[in-house]
Design a protein around this ligand. Structure first.
Ligand SMILES: Nc1nc2c(c(=O)[nH]1)N[C@H]1C(S)=C(S)[C@@H](COP(=O)(O)O)O[C@H]1N2
Ligand SMILES: [Mo]
Length: 373
């Protein structure tokens, strides 16, 4: 009997009210998130930044063998090696990246995929060159409408085999802040972050920042790649035509105060005055204008935190607030507002695949009067 290949003919996934499956745990082990205490760092230390790689991490022995090809509907197709790229004018930017699926595991029911709660975010200092300069060199033909950016990794998702690839409209790709980066925090990119070359599309959710970038093509139709239209689209349900996922939604997180319970991550804190710290960020470089901290079970006792300006246009802002912790149980919340007036919702916004969940984080703290050490 002929058995249908289950990778190419998968049964469709359905939402789950249940605990996480073996498959989700396997994905979570491959794609780690930040430890929330590293929110204290302006720049997330290398190796502690979150990771999201859909397929295998390409094995690149020597960056001198890497080539970036720019072609399709251009007047001047070019191939650049890493030496040529590094001889172009260089820029360095601090950018906060967040995965569009961050918060997926908090939805009920949840979509079976990478089960992030809060930890798929980090800020790095990226060094590279401006994408726009390279696109200008290639000189796009007037009939072209989009650029397609492809990585060296390939695999299958929902039965569709493809190289990881994303597109940007010509207008979007002309944003001078988009970079092709080869360094993170002063070091060459490690394999898992896209060695030797990746895009950084600041202000967008992470899927646009194609890792292991080896091809850019101009096309004159709407790109139908799986990572463009088969996923990363906000949908209420399967019949929804949907809205493409682009900019990061306003969000904030708190450094967990006190000490953790190993198994639940719930917090134990000595009573008295303490300082709560955290970060807040939004999309397309929109500044954060307010962070409030909610103290108490009802979550409606909000206090405005002190907010510090971000180090860079696309980097997160730090906030802090003093709190006189009295003995008892205190769920703590933080809620950011950006310069567009967008505010974090208290409950997860529904999305079929769990994209863009920017709901207010709840940190459960038990305060005690005399904690022995
Ligand atoms: N080539 C390639 N680029 C990719 C991905 C991928 O799987 N393959 N994942 C994307 C997603 S969904 C995110 S959130 C970011 C994560 O970047 P990081 O792993 O460096 O944190 O990379 C993006 N770029
Ligand atoms: Mo992502």
């Amino acid at each position: 009997m002929l058995v249908k290949n289950p990778i190419l003919n998968p049964t469709s996934k359905t939402h789950s009210e249940e605990h996480f499956t073996h498959t989700e745990v396997q994905l979570a082990n491959r794609n780690s998130g930040i430890a929330l205490e590293t929110l204290r760092h302006d720049i997330t230390p290398i190796g502690m930044h979150y990771l999201l790689s859909h397929f295998d991490i390409p094995y690149v022995e020597d960056e001198n063998d890497w080539q970036l090809k720019i072609g399709g509907l251009v007047n001047n197709p070019i191939t650049l090696d890493m030496q040529a790229l590094k001889s172009l004018p260089q820029i360095t930017q601090q950018v906060t990246l967040e995965c569009a699926g961050n918060g997926r595991a908090l939805l009920k029911p949840h979509w079976p995929s990478m089960p992030w709660t809060y930890e798929a975010v980090g800020t790095s200092e990226w060094k590279g060159t401006r994408l726009i300069d390279i696109l200008k060199q290639a000189n796009i033909k007037p009939e072209a409408t989009e650029w397609v950016f492809s990585g060296a990794d390939s695999g299958v998702d929902s039965g569709v085999q493809h190289d990881f690839a994303r597109s940007l409209s010509i207008e979007m790709a002309n944003n001078p802040d988009i970079m092709l980066a080869w360094e993170i925090n002063g070091q060459p990119l490690p394999p898992q972050h896209g060695y030797p070359l990746r895009m950084i599309v600041p202000g967008w959710y992470g899927m646009a920042s194609v890792k292991w970038l080896n091809q850019i093509e101009a096309i004159d139709y709407e790109f139908q790649g799986h990572q463009q239209v088969g996923t990363y689209v906000y949908k209420q349900d399967n019949d929804d035509k949907g809205i493409p996922v682009t900019s990061i939604r306003v969000k904030s997180l708190m450094v967990p105060p006190g000490i953790p319970d190993w198994y639940t991550r719930k917090r134990l804190l000595q009573s008295g005055e303490t300082t709560l710290h955290g970060r807040a960020w939004s999309g397309f470089g929109t500044p954060i204008i307010k962070v409030e901290v909610g103290i108490g079970e009802t979550g409606d006792d909000w206090h405005e935190a002190e907010l510090f300006p971000a180090n860079d246009k696309y980097a997160w802002s730090r906030w802090q607030i003093k709190w006189n912790a009295v003995a008892g149980y205190h769920p703590l919340r933080c809620r950011a507002t950006d310069a567009n007036g967008d505010v974090q919702p208290l409950e997860p916004p529904w999305d079929k695949s769990g994209f863009g969940n920017n709901c207010v984080q709840v940190t459960e703290v038990w305060v005690e009067d005399d904690l022995s050490s």
